[in-house]
Design a protein around this ligand. Structure first.
Ligand code: AMP
Length: 389
């Protein structure tokens, strides 16, 4: 699953003992920091918060606003490379960091992927399959766009949306006013509704030399717009999975990504692949790679941004991942011992103290002899969290 699209160059790698800077401080940064520290790197994290999932395992936690460019420069001057776990940082923040340290993936990858309209335009202009879309900046423009895109459609904020936040489904003309008034964002994207049979993602890494490695197609299901379950390998035809990987390789090459990127797809009922979203970092659907693949997505990000050879992405066993949202705490502390008693199940918690509804607090990964067995185990383990005797 690894190949190279450009000849090797001789950039010297950033080696263990060096310090890696992470912009953002959530669970993705935490799992990255764990991988980096295991390999002997130091980690500094930067975000407006303190006692964060990443900060708890980093060497130094910088707590300052992303707009505090003096603090950003102090952070960047102390590290050998800056990467991120949260892509919605202002462009000025990335620029200030880039004056003092390489930033990987580069700021232009962030620029494209942190704004839905720029991302869709980039994909469409490069010939990648996307749902029909239109930029809309008023209710009139929305009405006109619906004439060509049709019902149902989804109105999304153009920038800074995640986990379905800022989305409104428009099923009939009666929804137009409420949809437009559901947000103050002056620029939105109207997207045709894709009648999909399933959603899949491909997590992949690309090195400075153009080496590419992927984890194959992962099957995802969402609940209330938030990822609920991921299964690897996806239960789709091998030819479809190969097409998704090929599209992913071409997207990472077109964007000249150095690091890990996740491409989310809809698989339509007719068997077509439609790109939904890009994430220029490790992704929730790739968390199962920690337990189920020879090299996790987090170690792969580290290797890519440090200029080390990419690791093997060979699967160890079929796997299933279930997210643990704050909702699970509504009857008190979940029954961890019961979940850990299910064979093949591993618990990952992110160190968050406030279990809010919809907040990602951790995940469970189960391995099995088949995806179905792994899925059964992870569902049993998650149900066991609520068993209070
Ligand atoms: P997003 O935040 O854009 O990834 O959307 C979150 C979820 O909403 C997706 O994973 C889908 O389940 C659903 N969704 C988003 N856009 C569409 C679309 N154009 N057609 C059908 N379902 C969608």
């Amino acid at each position: 699953m690894a190949e190279t699209s450009r000849p090797s160059t001789t950039a010297s790698p950033i080696l263990p003992g060096a310090c890696i800077g992470v912009l953002g401080s959530g669970q993705l940064g935490r799992m990255f920091a764990i991988a980096a520290r295991r390999m002997g790197y130091r980690v500094h994290t930067f975000s407006p918060d303190s006692d964060t999932p990443t900060g708890q395992v980093a060497d130094i936690e910088f707590s300052a606003s992303y707009d505090d460019l003096a603090a950003v420069r102090r952070f960047a001057s102390g590290v050998s490379v800056v990467t991120f776990e949260f892509e919605n940082v202002p462009a000025e923040t990335v620029q200030a960091a880039a004056e003092l340290s390489p930033v990987r993936p580069a700021g232009r990858v962030l620029h494209v992927t942190q704004h839905r309209l720029r991302e869709k335009t980039f994909l469409a202009e490069h010939g990648f399959p996307v749902a029909p879309f239109a930029a809309v900046d008023s209710q009139d423009a929305l009405e006109r766009a619906l004439e060509s895109i049709g019902f149902p459609a989804i109105l999304k904020t153009a920038g800074f949306g995640y986990d379905g936040k800022g989305q409104f489904r428009i099923s009939s003309p009666a929804d137009i006013g409420p949809a437009w008034n559901s947000s103050h964002d002056p620029m939105r994207v109207l997207e045709g509704f894709v009648d999909f049979q399933c959603e899949i993602s491909v997590v992949a890494a690309r090195s400075q030399e153009g080496e590419f490695a992927d984890y194959g197609a992962i099957e995802n299901s969402h609940h209330r717009h938030i990822l609920d379950l991921s299964l690897a390998p996806a239960r789709i035809p091998a030819e479809t999975a190969a097409r998704a990987v090929d599209l992913t390789r071409r997207i990472l090459t077109a964007l000249d990504v150095v690091g890990v990127m996740c491409v989310e797809f809809f698989l339509t009922r007719g068997g077509e692949l439609v790109v939904n979203e890009l994430a220029p970092r490790p992704h929730n659907s790739g968390h199962l790679t920690i337990d189920a693949h020879e090299t996790s997505q987090f170690e792969q990000q580290l290797r890519a941004v440090c200029g080390l050879p990419l690791g093997s992405t060979a699967p160890l066993r079929p796997a299933a991942m279930a997210n643990l949202l704050g909702d699970l705490w509504h009857q008190g502390e979940p029954n961890w011992a019961a979940a850990c008693g299910v064979p093949g199940v591993r618990l990952h918690l992110y160190g968050k103290t406030e279990p809010r509804v919809g907040r990602k607090m951790g995940h469970l990964t189960a391995l099995g002899d088949s995806v179905e067995e792994a899925l059964g185990r992870v569902q049993r383990a998650r149900a066991a969290l609520l068993a209070h005797d």
